[in-house]
Design a protein around this ligand. Sequence first.
Ligand code: SF4
Length: 93
Amino acid sequence: MEMIQIKKCDVSVCVYNKQNMCHTFGITVGSHAECNTYNHGSQSGGFDGVTGGVGACLAADCKFNDQLECRAPAISVEGHSVHADCATFERRK
Ligand code: SF4
């Protein structure tokens, strides 16, 4: 089983963001589909050669969620007000 990749993140003020890509190994997505790894600071984080993935996701009502793990083909993350959200979230019917 492979970690789900983050294909794009437009939250350029996050310490792990470079050129609209996430560079930490694995983010945690919270119960409201927010990226809990988002951090606004002056220090740059992550490694250039790393493409971010979803380490865990607590959004149990997303249709891609299976046992609190993400099983989407890939996700994207977008800024929303003062936080970052998983833009691939789709509420389970
Ligand atoms: S697509 Fe759904 S399961 Fe995957 S990270 Fe986003 S909210 Fe979580």
